[in-house]
Design a binder for this molecule. Sequence first.
Ligand SMILES: [Zn+2]
Ligand SMILES: [Zn+2]
Length: 329
Amino acid sequence: MKAAVIESVGRAVVTEVPDPTPGPREVVVEVAACGLCGTDLHILQGEFAPKLPIVPGHEFAGEVAGVGSQVTEVAVGDRVAVDPSLYCYECRYCRTGHNNLCERWAAIGVTTAGGAAQYALAPVANCVKLPEHVRTEDAALVEPLSCAVRGYDVLQSRLGAHVLIYGSGTMGLMMLELAKRTGAASVDVIDVNPARLETARQLGVSASAASADELDRPQGWDVVVDATGNAAAIQDGLGRVAKAGTFLQFGVADYATRVTIDPYRIYNQEITITGSMAVLHSFERAAELFANGVLDPQVFISDRIPLARYPQALEQFAAGVGRKIVVVP
Ligand SMILES: [Zn+2]
Ligand SMILES: [Zn+2]
């Protein structure tokens, strides 16, 4: 089969690799579409993935093309979205319900062959069947959505909150769509890129601007979400949290990024600073929200690029052009 392969740091190719064979409790998925994400760029830069070469792609959906000897839950022809998380279920974090912080954390497309290929392997437990009306190629969005759902689990968000989101790329826009459904009193979005901000406006925001200085809310926001990973945005956002408010680090910063905090204010105003990492018991719910139309795939997927052009798709993503880019085998 054809697959994208990140061969070494900085080098991605599309090449021929052996077809996957399912283990007893595994499924072969014929990939319909696979999303690109910041994690793929980190892998290309030599972070995250312990071993190269790797077939990337952790955001994918497709049709079941083969099942292992002990699989009864899905059958050939079923359409599924795949939760890429691979947990050990044995370490302290797994045993205390923090599986996404597993000591042997692994994921399809990060530590094992992923979905940027014609076929991908997944444990049957990671496959969620798609209802009739969901288009398979759109369901590549379920994985990033499940990360956003996890973000709101961490926030334990309350009705009537004033929410400020930094970044209106795919993840910021997903946080926006979910914020509207958590009963936020207002949702404001910050982005320095006017084209991206325009999409946020199209989806419906209370206010949007290139800087929070332009928004009239001196008392700050109850919930501030960074969906950029950018130091300047994070630093600014930390200062915009209202008394008793929460700052959520949702965007993936580079390892070396540093910002300063104000311990007195954290104490005196009871401010919470927290983070959310990937997926935790949120994939199934994301699939259900997706099936219920929580977001419009036509807005969220800006580019559908043939798998053969994976390296170019990655370049376009790195340049920040478009919203979710998916490759189609
Ligand atoms: Zn991702
Ligand atoms: Zn574990």
